[in-house]
Design a protein. Structure first.
Length: 323
């Protein structure tokens, strides 16, 4: 048995029998080509749009932190309900059309069999692998949730302005510890951020009365201000890991140690001795160690609040409930 399989089984054992229906190759009999269809679609499109890997990975994170990994993040708002998509943390999410593209192929192959929740998990992993990042086993058998609420998204998804205490609390609420916090934050090694929604306050109005965040390297702050010229800039984007934002590597952590993490939540990781020590250990170790440990935390996160058996449904279209 491979290391990844052992990780999966040990985590499943910790979380108990409620996940008994979640397993590797869940669709082996009901839709044997399912995972190949997902992978082929990802391998066809991500090389032409590598920047999409980051938001697809972020989509899984945002989904799992609200009602568990049940594709509630994909549901559209209705006249009577503001769904998670409309919440501020999700207004910059991209990749919904990508998920729909995968879903349409799976529905053509095996109607009503493969859940949108499983598609999110498989696509996130395959997209990261396709850009040269780590591989981790994805067990399947999730079902799709029936509820999506914007307020719950706002309350549960850790914000880029979160301090260390808030981050630890929100992760603990999902059964994730500070090691998972450090490792999953490593996803910031790829992707971009918008000035005003993510970090402009650190540059212009950190205290609420003007001024910049003293925890931010002053030279880096000058560099950021040159790009984000006003605190209200909602168009300019900045690489979270400048110079290698499409490469899954350790440079994000090196930036954090130099006080050049883009978000308050990045800077928060070195305000605690344990998390700072973990980051130093990661940067001093081989990239393969980060890959292995990141994969373990992704497996753990992907099991949060999953629905199996007769819970939820298998949506025909990921953005709407079955009628």
């Amino acid at each position: 048995m491979g290391c990844s399989a052992i990780i999966v089984l040990s985590v499943l054992g910790l979380l108990g029998s409620s996940l008994a229906d979640l397993q590797l190759d869940f669709y082996a009999k009901t839709c044997p080509n399912a995972e190949k269809i997902v992978l082929d679609y990802v391998k066809k499109h991500i090389p032409n749009a590598p920047s999409l890997a980051a938001p697809l990975l972020r989509m899984q994170f945002h989904d799992c932190f609200v009602r568990g990994c049940d594709a509630s993040v994909l549901l559209n708002s209705t006249s009577s309900n503001q769904a998670e998509k409309s919440a501020v943390p999700n207004q910059t999410l991209r990749g919904f059309g990508f998920i729909d593209g995968v879903k349409s192929l799976l529905e053509a192959e095996c109607p009503g069999v493969v859940s949108c929740a499983d598609i999110i998990s498989l696509v996130a992993r395959d997209a990261v692998v396709t850009i040269g990042g780590p591989f981790w086993e994805v067990q399947t058998g999730r079902r799709d949730g029936l509820i999506s609420n914007a307020t719950e998204a706002l309350n549960n998804i850790p914000a880029p302005t979160s301090n260390f205490t808030t981050l630890v609390s929100k992760f603990a609420n999902k059964g994730l510890d500070i090691k998972d916090l450090v490792l999953l934050s490593g996803a910031h090694t790829i992707g971009i951020a918008h000035c005003n929604q993510s970090f402009a306050a650190r540059l212009y109005n950190f205290t609420g009365h003007g001024g910049e965040d003293p925890s931010l390297d002053s030279e880096y702050a000058v560099h950021l201000k040159a790009k984000c010229k006003t605190p209200l800039d909602n168009t300019t984007i900045f690489e979270m890991d400048p110079g290698s934002f499409r490469t899954f590597d350790l440079s994000y952590y090196k930036y954090v140690l130099k006080r050049r993490g883009l978000f308050v939540s990045d800077a928060a990781l070195i305000t605690n001795y344990n998390t700072k020590s973990q980051i130093i250990q990661l940067t001093e170790g081989p990239l393969s160690n980060f890959y292995e440990e990141f994969g373990k935390s992704m497996v753990k996160m992907s099991l949060v609040g999953v629905k199996t058996g007769s819970s939820g449904e298998i949506r025909k279209h990921c953005a709407v409930l079955n009628s």
